[in-house]
Design a protein around this ligand. Structure first.
Ligand SMILES: [Zn+2]
Length: 142
């Protein structure tokens, strides 16, 4: 159905969202910096600083706003982008189960909490054991 498309490729969507938000936040910090630069410091204040050029008084605060704003939006986007990557992996067939990490090719990377079943007596043995706890049968490769 058409609405299912709205939530398909969520990993890719999250990655794009991270990039769009990052650019928007950078534009926002630029606007904030321009506003800071355009602020006219009242004469009675800047005369105290003995500042001859009025523009100079807002130059550094404005630049700081721009640099810190861009840096924060960039670093902030990593979290969402990284989350998008994880979701993308999950969509491509990686999933966690009680046996371990299921791979796209159908294989399973065994987890420490997973067990293996003895061919002979059907006993569930921990993955760390190479022989059956019950009958001593050697763990088979497959
Ligand atoms: Zn056994």
């Amino acid at each position: 159905m058409w609405w299912e498309k709205m939530w398909s490729d969520m990993g890719q969507k999250l990655k794009t969202l991270a990039q769009v938000l990052c650019v928007l936040e950078m534009i926002a910090s630029l606007i904030l910096a321009i506003i800071t630069w355009s602020v006219r410091v009242p004469e009675e204040i800047y005369s105290y600083w003995n500042d001859t050029a009025q523009q100079a008084s807002t130059f550094w605060p404005g630049l700081l706003t721009l640099v810190i704003g861009c840096l924060l939006s960039w670093v902030g986007s990593w979290i969402l982008y990284g989350f998008g990557l994880i979701v993308e992996r999950a969509e491509n067939g990686y999933s966690l189960s009680d046996k371990g990490l299921r791979l796209p090719d159908g294989g399973v990377m065994p987890a420490i909490w997973s067990t293996w079943t003895c061919k002979k007596c059907k006993t569930e043995n921990p993955q760390s054991r190479s022989v059956c706890l019950n009958c001593g049968e050697i763990k088979s490769k497959k």
